[in-house]
Write a protein that binds this ligand. Structure first.
Ligand SMILES: [Zn+2]
Ligand SMILES: [Zn+2]
Length: 372
């Protein structure tokens, strides 16, 4: 039994709006609903037909495919991902829906797939920029036939059944439905004498070497597009694009926050108290950082312009050095003595401990309020 046209099934025009499709579906579904037509096998069939038509026409992608390729567009199901590297492959999705899975329906040779390459780079390379050599396993144009798929000296001939359009019109009920040409499977051309190297496909698996410029300032999540460096197209169709997905690796000293770099600097409690100078690392080398007397733990010193340049240009971010005052360990008896002596000179009041004095004041007030 040949399938009825979905628009005909729902009793609507081909240019019906989504709302009209929904209304028509409700009306037809009510009419043929099994609960209302118990035992009537004809209406059960009609109900299934209505449901199927609605499933396709209410989905804009499926509807577009159906409009273009007729029922052959909806045969089979959705498949898994196609070939490619490291995850999602954009034109594979497109290809699956309008191509292989829906019965090979496509007009003309297909553009090559986009590829994604996940690239891990060091923070140093991300900040200064670099050139990276990549080896990418991909489908490239066949070297023997230069992508045509035909044996040397021969060339593909135009398909007689579709005159090269890749589509043929079929009469279905009152409607004339466009379908993929079964002779050339939508390519519009036939290879009568296929290339031995690629078996007529025009493409071969190859490891392509590419040199990619990484601009200064890139960050994790940035994507560099290399137009035309994806998979070769079918039979001379345009190639896809290559997307290099950047991942900046963790650094042992610096943490990145946009264009700023954060760095933790441990200082001794005597330096913190008396002040001093110490060397701190930056991505451009050593820099002297002046620690003023009476520096508290967690104080952040800002070194302007020592961060990361924005990838789209502009002034660089800052290097933020956060000091941590260290408690001395492994003390000798002598050192212990000195510290005790030191403590005895300041324990009388909290004048030397700014945080403690204000903290004890607040605790005292809290106890009073709570009547502890
Ligand atoms: Zn070839
Ligand atoms: Zn054809």
């Amino acid at each position: 039994m040949s399938k009825r046209d979905y628009y005909e099934v729902l009793g609507i025009q081909r240019n019906a709006s989504d709302e009209e499709i929904k209304k028509a579906y409700r009306r037809m579904a009510m009419k043929y609903h099994p609960d209302r037509n118990t035992g009537d096998s004809n209406s059960e069939e009609s109900f299934k037909e209505v449901k199927e038509a609605y499933e396709v026409l209410s989905d804009s992608r499926k509807r577009a495919a159906y409009d273009q390729f007729g029922h052959s567009a909806t045969e089979g199901g959705f498949g898994g991902g196609g070939p490619g590297m490291g995850g999602m492959n954009f034109s594979d999705i497109f290809g699956d829906i309008f191509g292989d899975i829906f019965g090979g329906g496509r007009a003309g040779p297909q553009r090559g797939s986009d590829l994604r390459y996940n690239l891990d780079i060091s923070l140093e390379n991300a900040v200064t920029g670099s050139t990276v050599e990549l080896t990418i396993p991909t489908l490239a144009a066949c070297k023997e036939c230069h992508g045509s798929g035909a044996r040397k000296g021969a060339s593909p001939v135009t398909c007689k059944d579709c005159q090269g359009y890749g589509q043929v019109r079929m009469q279905q009920g009152f409607f004339s439905v466009q379908q993929t040409c079964p002779t050339c499977r939508g390519k519009g051309k036939l290879i009568l004498d296929p290339c031995g190297e690629c078996r007529g496909k025009g493409r071969q698996r190859q490891n392509k070497k590419l040199s990619v410029k990484i601009p200064p300032g890139v960050d994790t999540g940035d994507r560099i597009r290399l137009g035309g460096e994806g998979e070769a197209g079918e039979a001379g169709a345009p190639p896809g694009d290559l997307y290099v997905q950047i991942n900046v690796k963790q650094h042992s000293i610096f943490e990145r926050d946009g264009t700023n770099l954060l760095c933790e600097v441990p200082i001794s409690f005597t330096i913190a108290a008396l002040g001093g100078e110490l060397d701190v690392p930056t991505l451009n080398g050593r820099v002297k950082l002046k620690i003023p007397a009476e520096t508290q733990s967690a104080k952040v010193f800002r070194l302007r312009g020592m961060g990361v340049p924005p990838v789209r240009g502009g002034t660089s971010g800052d290097l933020l050095c956060k000091v941590t005052v260290e408690t001395p360990v492994n003390l000798t008896a002598k050192q212990r003595e000195l510290l005790k002596e030191f403590e005895s000179t300041i324990s009388a009041d909290n004048a030397h401990n700014p945080k403690s004095s204000s903290w004890f004041d607040r605790v005292k007030k809290f106890f009073e309020e709570m009547k502890f």
